[in-house]
Ligand binder design. Structure first.
Ligand SMILES: C[S@@+](CC[C@H](N)C(=O)[O-])C[C@H]1O[C@@H](n2cnc3c(N)ncnc32)[C@H](O)[C@@H]1O
Length: 271
């Protein structure tokens, strides 16, 4: 089966296909603990029911889920079989489903829905609307969908980052270079260069171009509202002060009493 995004994504995204086994060295699972705790507090603050279940659309290596699963029963959806296999080894107790965040329908509702950095791969307004509709279709009344694009139009800055780690005799170092060749459109480019050191000491260099989406805050908020959610934007707090993802969008799905009442544990957590 050829999924729509496979047909149009071309040679990019090697990271999620033949290089998937290197993904944990690029972005180690331990680094996700602080942000996962932040998302958990947001869900606990804004859900109007005790959050018990989570659907992660674009779950990648399952690195957020590895932390969130302590209190949430997680269902993980991704387009790429190699990423699902990776996450399956890290999170064997979680359900894994191959699917597209723009179109999948599981026929079930979840207290929490997460579209983390994978949402940055949506490059047209039409796809953004489809993915938000998909989130709405899976969010229980009184539940919360959380969207965290790497950048929005107002926060995008060209720049570079470096990093990487060592594990099991292998090592990866990367250069990430973000630039926007056509500022008037809804995309920017992330050029990734990976230096992959194998366990025999051999080093290979790979260039991987990621085409990323860029939408304004107004487009995000309007699209979330149009889907049926009450939209909310909250600042992202993280000790690294990284320049990506300063803002998180929430979609609060009304229940019979609306969304104005006391949310679950709102009095306990000050987010
Ligand atoms: C950076 S990774 C996500 C990492 C994830 N946040 C984690 O906690 O490990 C991005 C993922 O988005 C997935 N992806 C991109 N477009 C998608 C789509 N339309 N539907 C589902 N998954 C998609 C890719 O296959 C990739 O695994």
């Amino acid at each position: 089966m050829v999924l729509e995004s496979e047909a149009r994504s071309g040679p990019g995204l090697r990271l999620y296909r033949e290089l998937a086994e290197w993904y944990p060295l690029l972005t180690p699972v331990a680094d996700y603990g602080e942000e996962a705790a932040f998302y958990r507090r947001l869900y606990e603050t804004h859900c109007r029911r005790r959050p018990r279940t989570l659907l992660d659309l674009g779950s990648g290596g399952g690195h957020n889920a590895a932390h969130l699963k302590a209190t949430l029963q997680c269902t993980l959806v991704d387009l790429e079989p190699a990423m699902l296999a990776l996450s399956g080894r890290l999170n064997p107790e979680c359900e894994h489903v191959r699917g597209d965040m723009r179109s999948i329908r599981l026929g079930r509702l979840f207290d929490c829905v997460l579209l983390h950095d994978a949402v940055s791969y949506l490059i047209s307004r039409e796809d953004l609307v489809k993915a938000i509709a998909c989130a709405y279709a899976h969010t229980a009344p009184g539940g919360v969908a959380l969207f965290q694009p790497d950048f929005i139009t107002e926060t995008f800055t060209p720049g570079t980052d470096t990093g990487g780690s060592d594990a099991d005799g292998r090592a990866l170092r990367y250069l990430e270079w973000r630039w926007d060749p056509v500022p008037a459109d809804n995309t920017y480019l992330t050029e990734m260069v990976y230096l992959l050191r194998h366990d025999d000491g051999g080093v290979e260099v790979v260039h991987d171009r990621h085409v990323m989406g860029l939408f304004s805050r107004a487009v995000w908020l309007a699209s979330i509202a149009d889907a049926g959610f009450q939209p909310l934007v909250v600042p992202f707090h993280h000790s690294s002060n990284c320049d990506a993802g300063h803002e998180i969008f929430l979609g609060l799905r009304p229940d019979a009493a609306g969304v104005e009442g006391i949310a679950f544990s709102a009095a306990v957590h000050n987010v």
